[in-house]
Design a protein around this ligand. Sequence first.
Ligand SMILES: Cc1cc2nc3c(=O)[nH]c(=O)nc-3n(C[C@H](O)[C@H](O)[C@H](O)COP(=O)(O)O)c2cc1C
Length: 210
Amino acid sequence: MPAKRTGHKESMSVLNAIHSLRSVRDFKPDKVPGEVIQKLLVAASMAASGSNTQPWEFIVVQNPIVKARLKEPMLERWLERMRGAVGMSQQMRQTYDDATVMLGNTEKVPVLIYCCLDLDRMGSKSEEVRYGSIYPAVQNLMLGAHALGLGTCLTVHGSTSTRGEPEVKEILGIPQNVKIVCLIYLGYPSKRSGRPKRKPIERYVHYDKW
Ligand SMILES: Cc1cc2nc3c(=O)[nH]c(=O)nc-3n(C[C@H](O)[C@H](O)[C@H](O)COP(=O)(O)O)c2cc1C
């Protein structure tokens, strides 16, 4: 039986979605329906994880007052880091400027999703396995969002002490055994993005030997 069509975007092929996924930093104010967020979280949970531990915890923030409180430490730490950043290419400077504007607009972005790891559920697994057990889920979420016509931007705001993790954990009441890994900004894009700019893969592939 042919798959039921639930809209043009949703029927985007996986490869099409991969080839057009971009970071979106400018969003329409439109609310993202709860059932869409639920669909994305379920897509995230289909990802692989070390020994199928499924160590993820997702905190979805939509309340503008909470988003504004979260912005404060994240923006302060980011601006501190930026003051020390010198010698950037013009392209990198542009990305950082766009990132700063998005962070400054955090409370206006429809949805924030903190993607976290429950370290207790990972036992003695190595750091590689820990982090490798959350990013496939994050990518599923981002590709799923893109296929449904939404935009995302993966950020590491709030993910380390130099990025405001202690303050963010306090505001959200995140327990000690849970580590923030990244923060996804989610909403409907306010403009179309071009294709990802990537170097030719031939430069980085080795067959049979380096
Ligand atoms: C680990 C990681 C951390 C990132 N951190 C940020 C961030 O803090 N702020 C931001 O705006 N974008 C962040 N990005 C998005 C990258 O800047 C973006 O993927 C890259 O510039 C390529 O652009 P594209 O996704 O539009 O192709 C991050 C991406 C990754 C994978």
